[in-house]
Design a binder for this molecule. Structure first.
Ligand code: UDX
Length: 608
């Protein structure tokens, strides 16, 4: 990964204690845990098949928070070696600390209550925390000895890839279950003792039935398998927080004594750190569908707000204001309402295609059409943003230099799957522009891989695209800067501004939601003895407030936009795809700013 070979714990666990809010209404809706008092196996060893964005962090947190030993296995030796080293194969805030703690047995680096590191410094925890203790051995292991790990486990997490099929029946829509099937067949072949097999990968509804069939048909004599569905809801960039403080843990089982017993074993594992009322048991099929349903609904919100952003741009309404006002309606809520260049990531598009495919297989064509529109809107958003950029640059990108800031599909992750940056860069290249890309965490190799996969030969791409090691290098001589990923380091907002912005998106914060129409200091509360009243009637304590401020004050290297301005060709355009910049400040520096869901300069000049 670029730039941060020894990621410091600056990006550590600060703020991870902030739980997502669960309203009393939501809690009322939760179902009881179900029949968990059946006789059941106490899980001592878990093996996780797959060491990707789900398997790695999930296993690390499970080993860190429970008394269970977790072994993560993968066929990819290189990846496993990386997990065993100081250079983990994926970037995720807080992950390194949790892995060090669980894998190497460093126990004194964390506050047990908040899970925050006790000291904040750069470098390896062992070298900077003299008081760090190393226990006899860690509880988290990474290995390529798949068969041995399966044999030793009581419970197996299946966390392998389920990409969208690229050929054959259901091409472009159905999930490719090849990896799940291979994993299942290996478990059946190897296991000499009973196992609980937990489906964690996102799978189409009823996949557990196929898994059960493969396991029972291929089991050794006397070996019994129990299949559970336990979908993972973590989001990248906040994976550790989501795993430490999940909104809910869903466990689906067969409605049989054996099924309840297996579910009870898994409930016991999660109960070691998740409040019981957040652990929900249900039938296998509901559990499988609820993961797809949650992602489809979240993606639908983003496509809705992106559709509104198109209306805002021509009417002069401001999408941030519209989305803020909508989010204050407690029935709607403020999250996943931020307009942007289109959603990306490994889940949203894939899961919607999955629902579309499922609906069509069930002859529910109108239902399929309904969900498909969310993808159509997402593609339209990327297309609209491209066209706006071309139009502002005098309808011609030929030989113009476009600096693209950010390539990951969102901040705080090195993941680029379905990132809108891929489409945008490819569109610019098709217009004969010269594109310079900078991302603080995505490797150059990964950027080339994505662009080649999208279409185009590496040789040809390299004629028009370069990957730079700094934002300044990307912007030098540029006609336009396009902000695609909302990395904090691209921001030109002061910390004070961000406190106000944070208060807007977090209903638990008490800071006045009024924005930018008064001196900013006026919005800041002063800590009282008991804390602040917040909008939902709860109280934010002074300590919470200090923690928030502390996390905001993280010393993120911020871009010097004045320096960028100096190096650019005039007129200097900034296209803010994330509405993350202070536009007035940029205009004061001589930039022409165009932003998603805000009237364009042309519209403003014509009086809209
Ligand atoms: C998602 C789900 O949130 C998670 O529960 C599930 O387990 C996996 O899929 P993830 O893809 O990691 O997680 O990221 P998420 O934060 O949901 O963002 C997805 C995309 O939507 C990103 O490209 C992000 O930039 C975009 N987004 C998100 C918006 O454009 N606006 C928003 O308001 C929120």
């Amino acid at each position: 990964m670029n730039g941060n070979a020894h990621p410091s714990i600056d990006h550590g666990l600060r703020g991870l204690k902030l739980e997502r809010s669960v309203t009393p209404a939501q809690l009322r809706l939760t179902r009881p845990i179900g029949k968990i008092h059946e006789d059941h196996v106490t899980v001592k060893k878990i093996t996780c098949l797959g060491s990707g964005f789900v398997g790695g962090p999930t296993s690390a947190v499970t080993a860190y928070k429970s008394n269970v030993e977790v072994t993560v296995v993968d066929i990819n030796e290189q990846r496993i070696h990386a997990w065993q080293s100081e250079h983990l194969p994926i970037y995720e805030p807080g992950l390194q600390e949790i892995v060090y703690a669980a894998r190497d047995g460093i126990t004194a680096a964390f506050d047990d209550h908040t899970s925050e590191p006790l000291l904040e410094s750069k470098g390896s925890l062992l070298s900077v925390i003299p008081s760090a203790r190393v226990s006899a051995r860690g509880k988290l292991f990474f290995s390529t000895e798949i068969e041995k790990a399966i044999e030793e486990a009581d419970l197996i997490f299946v966390c392998v890839n389920t990409p969208t099929k690229s050929t054959g029946v259901g091409k472009g829509a159905a999930a490719d279950l090849g990896f799940v099937e291979n994993a299942t067949r290996t478990i059946a072949r190897v296991a000499k003792t009973d196992k609980i097999v937990v489906e964690k990968s996102t799978v189409p509804c009823k996949t557990a039935e196929s898994i059960r069939a493969i396991l029972s048909e291929n089991a050794r004599p006397g070996v019994r398998f129990n299949v559970l569905s336990n979908p993972e809801f973590l989001a990248e960039g906040t994976a550790i927080r989501d795993l430490l403080h999940p909104d809910r843990v869903i466990i689906g089982s067969m409605p049989t004594a054996e099924g309840y017993s297996a579910a009870a074993s898994l409930v016991d594992v999660y109960s070691q750190w998740v409040p019981k009322e957040r652990i929900i048991t249900m039938n296998l099929w509901s559990s499988e569908l609820c993961k797809l349903a949650a992602n489809a609904m979240l993606a639908q919100r983003i496509s809705s707000v992106n559709a509104l952003s198109a209306i805002c741009e021509v009417t002069g309404a401001d999408v941030d204001e519209v989305s803020y006002a909508c989010g204050l309606d407690s029935r709607i809520g403020p999250q996943m309402l931020k307009a942007g260049p289109g959603f990306g990531g490994s889940c949203f598009q894939k899961d919607i295609f999955n629902i579309v495919y499922l609906s069509e297989s069930l002859n529910l064509n109108e239902v399929a059409d309904f969900w498909r529109v969310i993808i159509t809107m997402n593609e339209h958003q990327k297309d609209r943003f491209t066209r706006r950029i071309i139009s502002c640059l005098f309808n011609n990108l030929t030989n113009k230099r476009i600096a693209v800031l950010g390539f990951a599909f969102k901040k705080d992750t090195s993941d680029t799957r379905e990132s809108p940056a891929i489409t945008l860069v490819s569109n610019f290249v098709a217009e004969q522009a010269h594109v310079a890309i900078y991302d603080p965490k995505v490797t150059e190799q990964q950027i080339w891989r994505e662009l080649v996969d999208y279409g185009g030969s590496l040789e040809k791409l390299k004629l028009n695209v370069e990957v730079t090691q700094s934002a300044y290098a990307a912007c030098e001589g540029a006609d336009a800067v396009v902000v695609v990923t909302e990395w904090d380091e691209f921001s030109n907002k002061t910390k004070l501004d961000e406190q106000v912005v944070l208060s807007e998106i977090d209903p638990n914060q008490s800071i006045s939601p009024k924005r930018f129409d008064k001196p900013r200091e006026a919005h800041l509360p002063s800590p009282g003895k008991t804390g602040f009243e917040n909008k939902t009637g709860g109280v934010t304590t002074a300590r919470d407030f200090q923690l928030t401020v502390k996390s905001l004050a993280a010393e993120v290297g911020r871009l010097d936009w004045a320096r960028i301005a100096q190096g650019m060709r005039k007129p200097r355009f900034v296209f803010d795809g994330r509405n993350m910049l202070d536009h007035q400040k940029l205009e004061d520096l001589g930039f022409r700013v165009e932003a998603i869901g805000k009237a364009s300069r042309k519209a403003k000049e014509s009086g809209n």
